[in-house]
Design a binder for this molecule. Structure first.
Ligand code: GP9
Ligand code: MN
Length: 633
C-alpha cells in the first residue's frame, strides 16, 4: 500500500516532468530561433530542461498527502508553463530571452504590455495543455480519502542523486561544447542552448540579486571619495589638440584579436598588415598602447572605449552591470548634436549588447539582422569582414551627420578560419594551428580594412571624419607560448607576455601634418578622453580614469586588468618587476612607487561599477539630489 501510493506520487511527478520537458523542446524548436551547429548541440538543447524540471517537481515528494503532492505538481506546472509562455511572448517582441533587468525596465514592459494582445496567438493555449491534462489525470488518480503517505528517505535520496547526475552531465557536456560558458560566453542564446531556459533564469536571479545587494550597500560618500581620487590625479590634456576634429564624424574600428607584434612585421617573408602599415604613416600611431580587457573580451574593450572605466576582474561587465547608470561617449556627444551607431554583424544579444548600447547612449545598433548573410559570404563566426564593411557603408551613408560610429570586425576571431579564396599569405609553421592560422586571417582583415577606407573616400566621408583604429584584445593565448617563441625567436617570459598585450592604436585626422608616432605608455582607458578632447569637449569634470594620449603631462603608466602594469622603464607582472632595458627581472623596489597606484585605479573603478555610483553624478559634479530622485523612482 505504502509503496503503491508513493509510486503514484512519483509517477505523477514524472508524468508532469516528461510532459513539460517535451513541450519545452517543441517550443524551443518552433518559437525560438536557436542556431544549432551540430548533433551535440541538438542533444544539449533536448536534455537541458530536464535537470531543472526534475528538481522543482521533485519537491512534490515532500508532501504528506497524495492530494497535496498532486496539487503542488499542477500549480508548479502552471507557473513553469507561464514562464515559458512569457518567454515566447517576449521573444516575439524583442527577439531575445527574458532577463530580470529587462523585465523591470518599465519602458520595456510598457512596450510589451501594449502589444501583448497583438503578440498573442490562439495556438499559445497549447502551452498550457499539459497543465489541463495533469488536472484531468489528478482527478482520476485521486485517492478516495486524503491519504497521508510519506515517501521513504531512500526514494527521495535516490531521486535527488539522479537529478544531480542529470544536472552535472548537462553542465559537463555544455562546458566541452562551450568552454567557460558561465563566466565568459554571456550570450543568452548560448546559455539557453546549453543549460536551458529554466536554469538560465535561476542563474540570472542569482547574478541579479548579488548585483542588487552590492548596489544597495553603496552610498554617495563612496562616489565623493572616488571623485577626489580622480581630481587629485587628473592630468591636463594637450591644449593644441583641443577641438582639432571639431564637428567631424568619428569612425571607430575595433580590430578583432589584433596584437601589435604583427604591425610592421612579416611571416614567411610576407607582410602581415601592409595596409595598416601604410595607414599608420599617414596618421598618429601609438606604439605602446595596451588592451586592458578581462574575461569580457570585445565587450570589455567597448566598455573601456566608451566609459574610460576598467572592466571587471570576473565576467563581462556588459553582462553583470549592463543596467548601470553610465555617461558614455555617445551620450555625451548627443548633446553636441552627434548621432551614434554600432555596426557589428552578430546576434544583438551577444555580450548583452542590445541592453547596454542604449544605456551608453547609442542611437542605433546594426546587428546581424541588418546584413545579408549567406553561406558564401560568411566564415567562422559569421559575415566576412569585406562584406561586413561593404554593407556597413551602405547603412552608414544614411546616418545623420556628424556621427560617432563604431565598427567591430569578426573574421580574425579564434579559430581563425579562412576560405582558400581569401587567403593572401601562407600560414606560419609551428605546433600551434591557432598561431599558424592567425596570420592569414589578419592579412585578410587588413585587406578588408583597406577596402573600407577606399569606400569611405569614394563616398566622400574620409575627409569629414576622424578614424580611430585599435585592437580589441589579444588573439593568441598563453597556450600557444611554444609556437610564439618560435615566431618571435625568444622565450615568452612573463615580461614578453605582458609586452604582447600591446594592440595597435591609430588615429587618423584629415590634414597633412597630423601624423607621427607617440611612444608614451597608454591603454584603452585613454580612448574616451582623447577622442572627446579632439572633438572639442571639455572633459575636466568627467569621471574618467584615462588621460588625453596627446598630453605631455600624461603619465607613462597603464594598468592591465590582471593587476600588471607598465611604466616608462618597468613592467610589473606576477608580483615581479622587470626592467624594460634588459628584459630581465629586477629588484621589486623599482616597481614599488606605482604598485599602490595600480591597485587604487582598479579598486576605485570597481567601486563605481559595483556600487553603480554614476547614479550620483550629473555629468559635471556630485549632486546629492540626484540620489533622492533615483531612490523615489
Ligand atoms: C562577438 C565578437 C567576438 O560579437 O565581438 O567576441 P569576443 O569573443 O572577441 O569577445
Ligand atoms: Mn574580440
Amino acid at each position: 500500500m505504502k509503496d503503491k501510493l508513493s509510486l503514484s506520487k512519483l509517477s505523477f511527478i514524472l508524468t508532469a516532468v516528461v510532459l513539460i520537458w517535451i513541450k519545452t523542446y517543441i517550443t524551443y524548436k518552433t518559437q525560438f530561433d536557436i542556431e544549432i551547429e551540430n548533433a551535440t548541440q541538438e542533444f544539449l538543447l533536448f536534455i537541458n530542461p530536464l535537470s531543472f524540471l526534475l528538481l522543482v517537481f521533485g519537491l512534490g515528494l515532500f508532501f504528506k498527502t497524495v492530494k497535496g503532492s498532486h496539487r503542488y505538481v499542477i500549480i508548479t506546472s502552471f507557473i513553469v508553463s507561464f514562464i515559458l509562455f512569457a518567454n515566447v511572448m517576449f521573444y516575439r517582441f524583442f527577439n531575445d530571452f527574458l532577463t530580470l533587468p529587462v523585465l523591470f525596465q518599465t519602458s520595456n514592459m510598457g512596450d510589451l504590455g501594449n502589444s501583448a494582445f497583438e503578440l498573442f496567438q490562439p495556438t499559445d493555449v497549447f502551452l498550457f495543455i499539459d497543465v489541463i491534462l495533469l488536472g484531468v489525470l489528478a482527478i482520476f488518480l485521486k485517492p478516495k480519502t486524503d491519504v497521508v503517505e510519506k515517501t521513504t528517505r531512500k526514494t527521495r535520496f535516490a531521486y535527488y542523486i539522479a537529478v544531480a547526475a542529470v544536472f552535472i552531465s548537462n553542465l559537463a557536456l555544455a562546458e566541452t561544447e562551450r568552454p567557460e560558458l558561465l563566466t565568459r560566453a554571456f550570450d543568452r542564446e548560448m546559455l539557453v542552448k546549453n543549460i536551458g531556459t529554466y536554469n538560465y533564469h535561476l542563474y540570472d536571479v542569482v547574478l541579479q540579486s548579488k548585483t542588487k545587494a552590492q548596489r544597495a550597500f553603496a552610498d554617495s560618500s563612496e562616489f565623493v571619495e572616488t571623485e577626489n581620487y580622480l581630481k587629485a590625479n587628473q592630468k591636463d590634456p594637450n591644449p593644441e589638440m583641443f577641438g582639432k576634429a571639431k564637428g567631424k564624424n568619428v569612425i571607430v574600428v575595433s580590430l578583432e584579436s589584433t596584437q601589435s607584434f604583427v604591425v610592421n612585421n612579416t611571416v614567411n617573408g610576407q607582410e602581415i598588415t601592409p595596409f595598416l602599415n601604410d595607414f599608420i604613416k599617414d596618421s598618429y600611431y601609438f606604439d605602446n598602447f595596451y588592451h586592458q580587457t578581462g574575461q569580457g573580451k570585445t565587450s570589455d574593450s567597448e566598455f573601456l572605449l566608451d566609459n574610460s572605466l576598467y572592466p571587471l576582474g570576473r565576467g563581462s561587465v556588459f553582462f553583470t552591470h549592463g543596467s548601470n547608470e553610465f555617461n558614455g561617449t555617445p551620450e555625451i556627444l548627443k548633446d553636441k548634436g552627434y548621432y551614434s551607431a554600432v555596426f557589428h554583424a552578430n546576434n544583438r544579444s551577444f555580450w548583452n549588447r542590445d541592453i547596454v548600447y542604449p544605456r551608453l547612449g547609442y542611437d542605433r545598433f546594426f546587428d546581424v539582422e541588418d546584413y545579408t548573410v549567406t553561406e558564401e559570404n560568411s566564415i567562422g563566426w559569421g559575415l566576412k569582414d569585406k562584406e561586413f564593411f561593404e554593407q556597413s557603408v551602405e547603412h552608414m551613408k544614411s546616418l545623420p551627420q556628424p556621427f560617432y560610429a563604431k565598427f567591430i570586425t569578426l573574421t580574425n576571431h579564434f579559430p581563425f578560419e579562412l576560405g582558400e579564396e581569401d587567403r593572401m599569405i601562407d600560414e606560419f609553421d609551428s605546433n600551434s594551428r591557432t598561431l599558424n592560422r592567425y596570420f592569414p586571417t589578419l592579412r585578410y582583415q587588413d585587406e578588408a580594412f583597406k577596402q573600407f577606407i577606399q569606400k569611405l573616400k569614394d563616398e566622400g566621408l574620409y575627409e569629414d571624419s576622424i578614424i580611430v583604429v585599435y585592437g580589441d584584445h589579444y588573439g593568441i593565448s598563453q597556450n600557444h607560448n611554444a609556437a610564439m617563441e618560435k615566431y618571435l625567436g625568444k622565450p615568452v617570459t612573463p615580461y614578453v607576455w605582458t609586452q604582447l598585450q600591446r594592440v595597435p592604436m591609430v588615429i587618423h585626422i584629415p590634414g597633412e601634418d597630423n601624423k607621427g608616432t607617440i611612444s608614451k605608455v597608454s591603454g584603452q582607458i585613454d580612448l574616451k578622453p582623447t577622442i572627446l578632447h579632439l572633438l572639442g569637449v571639455d572633459t575636466s569634470d568627467h569621471v574618467q580614469f584615462g588621460t588625453d594620449m596627446f598630453s605631455s603631462e600624461k603619465l607613462d603608466f597603464t594598468v592591465l586588468r590582471d593587476g600588471s602594469f607598465i611604466t616608462e622603464k618597468y613592467v610589473y607582472t606576477d608580483n615581479k618587476c622587470y626592467d624594460k632595458a634588459t628584459e630581465q627581472e629586477t629588484d621589486i623596489s623599482a616597481c614599488e612607487p606605482y604598485m599602490e597606484k595600480a591597485k587604487q585605479e582598479l579598486d576605485y573603478s570597481d567601486q563605481i561599477v559595483y556600487g553603480d555610483l554614476l547614479r550620483f553624478y550629473d555629468g559635471k559634479n556630485y549632486r546629492p539630489e540626484k540620489k533622492e530622485e533615483k531612490e523615489q523612482e
